[in-house]
Design a protein around this ligand. Structure first.
Ligand code: CUA
Length: 155
């Protein structure tokens, strides 16, 4: 089969770029430990309301001054519905679902996760700007999906 010289150059270039980019992703994952914020911790999805700390969802202060926020997502609400956070604090969100897959998205921050039954996902954000933040479900989860939201009040 005859392949034109230019076509061969472009094929070589394209395949080389694929190898370079796949190599970079593998390097980031294994050498720099850059991974999706999921699959870190497992939980029995039928016993979420009885499993600490998800039996009492909400905010906890840590000894270093930062916070942990435990959230349960279920059709069609987040628990807690309102979270009060002092301005300037770093909050690590832990989220799981008690039923189907939900989204966990706080616009204007870097919090963007899925709430997956059976798993606890984790992501952190420092709320330097006071105000009212919306937490929304951005993963279609059923008939009440568009009403599934919560609030984070930063003062
Ligand atoms: Cu929960 Cu959409």
């Amino acid at each position: 089969m005859h392949i034109h010289r230019y076509e061969r150059w472009w094929l070589t270039f394209g395949i080389s770029m694929l190898i370079v980019f796949l190599g970079l992703i593998a390097f980031a994952a294994f050498a720099d430990n850059v991974n999706p914020p999921s699959g870190m911790q497992q939980i029995d999805p039928t016993k979420v309301s009885k499993t600490p700390p998800f039996d009492k969802p909400g905010l906890r202060k840590l000894s270093d001054g930062s916070y942990e926020a435990y959230y349960v997502a279920e059709v069609f609400a987040f628990i807690p519905a309102v979270l009060n956070v002092p301005a300037g604090s770093k909050v690590t969100f832990y989220v799981t679902s008690a039923d189907v897959v939900h989204g966990f998205f706080i616009p204007e921050t870097d919090i963007n996760m899925m709430a997956v039954p059976g798993w606890v996902n984790e992501q952190s954000h420092t709320f330097s700007k006071p105000g009212e933040y919306l937490l929304i479900c951005h993963e279609y989860c059923g008939i009440g999906h568009q009403n599934m939201f919560a609030k984070i009040e930063v003062k």
